[in-house]
Design a protein around this ligand. Structure first.
Ligand code: IPT
Length: 953
């Protein structure tokens, strides 16, 4: 006699589910009644799938000792159990379709009454917009069925079971199911009813499924509308004078929908029993001449990969958060979203239609963990799973097919290859021939309509662009998009501008999608933001889950500012002749009539007049040379012009005056820094006095400069490695971070060889090198003064065998924190590194030391300012020759390196200042390629100077 059978049959059943209605189009509203069942639900969590029987689903069950949770939500983020983060490893033994006995199971209960005016006639449908990972549902004690497909909608017909009052809805949710094998996306595993639950009245004669076909003929300017509907009815679009039967095409002159000009027409689909508002966008997507075109024009995707994320609510997003994402994207010139790696909450697509974003809608499918066994037993190549895959494809396409913003379907992510994927592609092509199909794993493009890659290096992108990559005949005729590139983990990504240059140069390149939109850090009382491993997971991938352009609280990181600049839709650069700028319209569809231009000058970073600039309303791709207002008298200073393209009026996503693009150019270069020489060093016991500075005679180190105490000034080559410095473990041996540490660059020793005074200099000769190695840096500090100003010239000559670049090359020193807070400088405004400095705007800036820190979730090198001419802080003014990189922090680089979370860092009594001659690039190696060779900081002889003085006016 068997005392125990495996978990409920449906949990490990590869079939998608039982009892659900066929998938259909989703619409935001209608005149039929509906009742949201969101809110507080009763919850009981068990450790296994079968710990409890299903008695709880019967009306009258005593839930007195149950907890409560908010639906939509994840129970592990509401005090029951804990989240788990893995990138591609399944957090359970891989033995499909089996799941562990330890299978956290949340029994959810909700009592509800029907509103008094709920109609008697008709039916009702109960809709779940998203439940992870598997649900079994009862209404008033009757089982409705079960389903999998976490980020897809499922509906049940429930009219016959409803009572006016005292309805009991019971949902048993298992964290693990056969479906988990199809949902191995790189994200937190978060069980729960995490999207809306809604009861929808279905009046007799109500709308069933419908398909809005709204195409645009860019030659004639006409739109053709045909709404196919299971239930016949009429379609009206008053603005267009359209009133036709369903199924009947009508052609009228229209303005097309594009992401740049998201023109929507309000219409209504009316059947005998229901009126459904439609928002119609006319556009035609086509693969033509090897390019993806919309309305006859090739697109350039300036995209991001967007996971749904909220630092407290996980993937349960409210409308405001979704809107915030869209607004932030629009304000940073992003024009496209890949919904990595599952269909988003449907309201997000409504927003994309409304505000204008191209969407690649991706199916809820990833089986990445099978890569560990060379893809053996991969469900996507096992016919038993094909019905589940087709179910997922259909639920996505049917739900989202009426969104003009959706221009491509994606089969999923990182699922290898197999007949299941082919079946999905065939089904989608058949159901919706008007949209191309995407899937990155299909390298030969057998099933797909676009060649898609992730993280290829620049050189490879260029080879593909030139058609030199070989590949199948079919692939050679397709455009390339980078469905993922530029890994925004921690500080970075680097190299964006170089990718964009390629995209803009070659037709075959239709742009890409930065990985990814937001850090999935979880708000945590002690850690700031938690990442993988912080909940005691036995398998995890650490902070690989924090790789977004936004911090978890949606504050833009410098990476987003950089991206927004790199992809700006107007290019503003120096013109062919002095006193002109070249303005180029880089929109695909829009002219520049929604923008106004402003030109200003600055002298030594100080504003020196702003003027309107008249720029013709250039069409897409056009450019013009525009005369700048005359430059002001330079008064011996350095002069720049800055031209900004601003919104000329309020738009839905930003107000008048919002900066869309800018360019800057130099009119008069910076004069050389005045020499500081002539004064003679005076030795007095154990000190040397030179101009405003007092040195330690034995070490040659400055003690005070202009009365300001200066601690431990010396050469510094170390930076707290960034995630991109560390590189991903699967990357080749060119990863810098590990090499730097292996070489010992974090523990350099400074050998003092000589302290010399000659006629007018104090010279300190040293050799800087790590223990155990022959490689070193001969470093000479030469100090001179004119009596008031103090000049330091550092010369560095590498010795020995250097096989790795340096992290940085410069000096560092400490200042008393008590008197060092306000910092002002003339140089680049935001954080920048050699390959992340497109957005660095030259000017005069001020910030407190705290503000100079970029709060990466895992602490690492951050906050450098580029092209700094001078900086003032702590009672000192420091000018550089040449310009330098500046950073200041209330802790050392070593402390920054050791910290795992922001909360590990507390300000000390010293502000540590780095003045760098050079910095190593950032790159994208936390997943993709490292910095381009031209951003490497190879050790080579170098000389650079700083002049210290007392701040003036
Ligand atoms: C790629 C994945 O598609 C994505 O989900 C994410 O994990 C990203 O990497 C890294 O953050 S797969 C990668 C191994 C190429």
């Amino acid at each position: 006699m068997s005392l125990r059978t495996p978990a409920d049959g449906h949990v490990e059943d590869v079939a998608p589910g039982r009892g659900t209605l066929p998938p259909r189009a989703r619409y935001a509203s209608s005149d039929a009644a509906s009742l949201s069942l969101n809110g507080r639900w009763r919850l009981r969590v068990s450790a296994t799938a079968d710990a409890e029987d299903d008695a709880f689903a019967r009306p009258g069950h005593d839930t007195g000792d149950w907890a409560e949770v908010t639906v939509p939500g994840h129970w592990v983020l509401q005090g029951h159990g804990a989240p788990i983060y893995t990138n591609h490893l399944y957090p359970f033994p891989v033995d499909p379709p089996h799941v562990p006995t330890e299978n956290p199971t949340g029994d959810h209960l909700r009592h509800f009454d029907l509103p008094g005016d709920w109609p008697d006639a008709g039916d009702a449908v109960l809709r779940f917009d998203g439940v992870e990972s598997c649900a079994r549902v009862w209404l008033n004690g009757t089982e409705l069925g079960d389903f999998k497909g976490s980020r897809l909608p499922h509906e049940f017909a429930v009219g016959h079971l409803l009572r006016p009052a005292g309805n009991v809805l019971a949902v048993r949710v298992h964290q693990w199911s056969a479906g988990s094998y199809l949902e191995d996306q790189d994200q937190w595993w978060l069980p729960g009813i995490f999207r809306d639950v809604t009861l929808l009245h279905r009046p007799p004669g109500s709308v069933g499924d419908f398909f809005v076909h709204a195409s645009y003929d860019h030659v004639t300017g006409a739109g053709t509308l045909r709404v196919d509907s299971d239930v016949p009815g009429r379609v009206t679009v008053p603005e267009l004078g359209v009133d036709v039967a369903t199924g009947e095409p009508v052609t009228v002159p229209v303005a097309p929908w594009t992401a740049e000009t998201p023109r929507l027409y309000d219409g209504v689909l009316a059947t005998a029993g229901e009126r459904v508002p439609l928002r119609i966008g006319f556009r035609t997507v086509a693969l033509e001449d090897g390019l993806i075109k919309v309305n006859g024009t090739p697109l350039l995707f300036k995209g991001v990969n967007r996971h749904e994320w909220h630092p407290r609510h996980g993937r349960a997003l409210d409308l405001d958060t979704m809107r915030e994402d869209v607004l932030l994207m629009k304000r940073h010139n992003i024009n496209a979203v890949r919904t990595s790696h599952y269909p988003p909450h449907p309201a997000f697509l409504d927003l994309c239609d409304e505000y204008g974003l191209w969407v690649i809608d991706e199916c809820d499918l990833e089986t990445h963990g099978f890569v560990e066994q060379d893809w053996r037993d991969n469900p996507v190549d096992d016919a038993r799973w094909t019905p589940a895959l087709l179910d997922r494809a259909a639920r996505m396409v049917e739900r989202d097919k009426n969104h003009p913003s959706v221009v491509m379907w994606s089969l999923g992510n990182e699922a290898g290859t197999g007949r299941g994927l082919t079946a999905m592609a065939d089904w989608i092509h058949d159901r919706d021939p008007a949209r191309p199909v995407h899937y990155e794993g299909d390298l030969d493009c057998r099933d797909t309509d676009v060649y898609s890659r992730m993280y290829p290096p620049h050189a490879e992108v260029e080879r593909i662009a030139r058609g030199l990559d070989g590949g199948t005949r079919r692939r050679r005729r397709l455009p390339l998009i980078l469905c993922e590139y530029a890994h925004a983990m921690g500080n970075g990504p680097g190299g964006l501008a170089d990718y964009q240059e390629l995209f803009e140069t070659y037709d075959r390149l239709q742009g890409g999608f930065v990985w990814e939109w937001i850090d999935h850090g979880i708000e945590h009382p002690e850690l700031g933001y938690a990442y993988g491993g912080d909940f005691g997971e036995e398998l995890h991938d650490g902070n690989f889950v924090c790789d977004g352009l936004l911090f978890p609280d949606r504050t833009p990181s410098p990476g987003l500012t950089e991206y927004g600049k790199v992809i700006e839709p107007v290019r503003i650069g120096p013109g062919g002749t002095d006193g002109t700028v070249r303005v180029t319209n880089r929109y695909d569809f829009a002219d520049l009539s929604h923008l106004e231009f402003e030109a200003s000058h600055q002298i030594d970073g100080r504003p020196a007049g702003t003027h309107r600039l008249t720029v013709p309303p250039l069409g897409p791709g056009e450019s013009a040379e525009v005369k700048l207002p005359p430059a002001p008298d330079d008064e011996g200073g350095e002069v720049q012009w800055t031209v900004r393209a601003l919104l000329a009026g309020d738009l839905s996503w930003a107000g008048r005056g919002h900066t869309v693009a800018w360019g800057q150019g130099t009119v008069v270069r910076r004069a050389p820094v005045a020499a500081a020489a002539g004064a003679r060093p005076a030795v007095d016991g154990d000190t040397v006095t030179l101009g405003p500075a007092v040195f330690d005679a034995r070490t040659g180190a400055p003690r005070t400069v202009a009365g300001v105490r200066v601690r431990d000034l010396r050469l510094d080559v170390w930076r707290a490695p960034t995630d991109n410095d560390h590189g991903a473990h699967w990357q080749s041996d060119v990863r810098c971070g590990p090499h730097w540490r292996e070489l010992g660059l974090h523990r350099m020793r400074h050998r003092l060889d000589a302290v010399e005074t000659d006629g007018e200099a104090l010279t300190v000769r040293t050799r800087v090198a790590p223990a155990g190695r022959e490689a070193g840096l001969r470093t000479v500090y030469r100090w001179t003064s004119d009596g008031e100003r103090l000049r330091l010239t550092v010369s560095v000559v590498p010795e020995g065998d250097w096989t790795v670049p340096l992290p940085r090359l410069g000096v560092r020193f400490g200042l008393d924190a008590a008197s060092t807070d306000a910092v002002s400088w003339f140089g680049g405004g935001g954080e920048a590194y050699p390959d992340t400095q497109a957005a660095s705007l030259l000017g005069r800036w001020e910030a407190g030391v705290a503000e100079l820190q970029t709060p990466y979730v895992r602490p690492q090198e951050n906050g450098a300012r580029a092209d700094v001419r001078w900086v003032e802080l702590g009672g000192l003014r420091i000018e550089g020759e040449p310009e330098f990189w500046f950073s200041a922090r209330p802790w050392t680089n070593e402390q920054l390196d050791a910290a795992r979370h922001r909360t590990d860092l507390t300000p000390g009594d010293t502000v540590w200042v780095n003045l760098d001659h050079r910095q190593h690039g950032i790159g994208s190696q936390s997943c993709g390629p490292g910095p381009l060779p031209r951003y490497f900081l190879w050790p080579e002889p170098a000389e650079f100077s700083f002049v210290f003085s007392v701040p003036g006016d």
